[in-house]
Design a protein around this ligand. Sequence first.
Ligand SMILES: Nc1ncnc2c1ncn2[C@@H]1O[C@H](COP(=O)(O)OP(=O)(O)OP(=O)(O)O)[C@@H](O)[C@H]1O
Ligand SMILES: [Mg+2]
Length: 235
Amino acid sequence: MKADEQMKETVLKGKNISFKYGNSIILENCNFAVEQGDFTVLIGANGSGKSTLLKICLGLLNPYNGEIELFGKPIKEFKDWDKIGYVSQRIDAFNKGFPATVEEVVKSPLYAKSKFFNRDKKLIDGLTDKALDIVGMQDYNKRLIGRLSVGQQQRVFIAKALVNNPTMVFMDEPTAGIDNKSEKEFYNLLNELSNDKGITIIMVTHDYTDVKDMVNKVFCLTDGQIAEQCADIPD
Ligand SMILES: Nc1ncnc2c1ncn2[C@@H]1O[C@H](COP(=O)(O)OP(=O)(O)OP(=O)(O)O)[C@@H](O)[C@H]1O
Ligand SMILES: [Mg+2]
């Protein structure tokens, strides 16, 4: 290991994480660590608990045993949520009449952030435009989100996750519904964010082959256990 790698801050740590829905155990004693700048993928079969694990890391679900640390702090004490972006797994397309425009969706995390942002419309609009530009959706900013195609909606949610300039992003199958060409462009973008800006990425994907040259860490969930680098990674 290189000297500079040894210095890297651990930005996410799971210690003995165990989780169940009702009586059904999903995760058992999972230990893992992600360092600053890691491009990490989490793979595993349908139902293995990938989305559940991401939600635990984000404090949206509580494990019955174990602890998550974010940027060195127990999650209960962690306050810098604007450092973190999240694209959840797409469940369903938006209702056609959902009353928000693309730009309203993308800028919503900025309004939640601070009084400073609330007063500075120019800054908010600038950050929103930049995030929409990254995903190629700037021409759609005034459109109702519900009237977009599923893949376009997904791009908007990726823009929303990036609008705060987060230092760590969690993405749960972010390219589901996105066509092949755009998917490749999106992975290149993630690679750039990781290499140039040192953003830490934790991504659930079923397309490991497409990203294997970019990622430096692979976690695999099987039977409630997490393993780093699994033996049966598809080639
Ligand atoms: N809210 C819930 N209540 C009860 N069981 C749930 C709930 N959410 C998920 N499960 C179950 O927990 C297990 C893990 O689900 P999870 O969504 O984390 O899997 P996943 O690895 O993300 O799957 P996929 O690849 O299909 O997205 C599954 O068996 C699922 O049916
Ligand atoms: Mg899932």
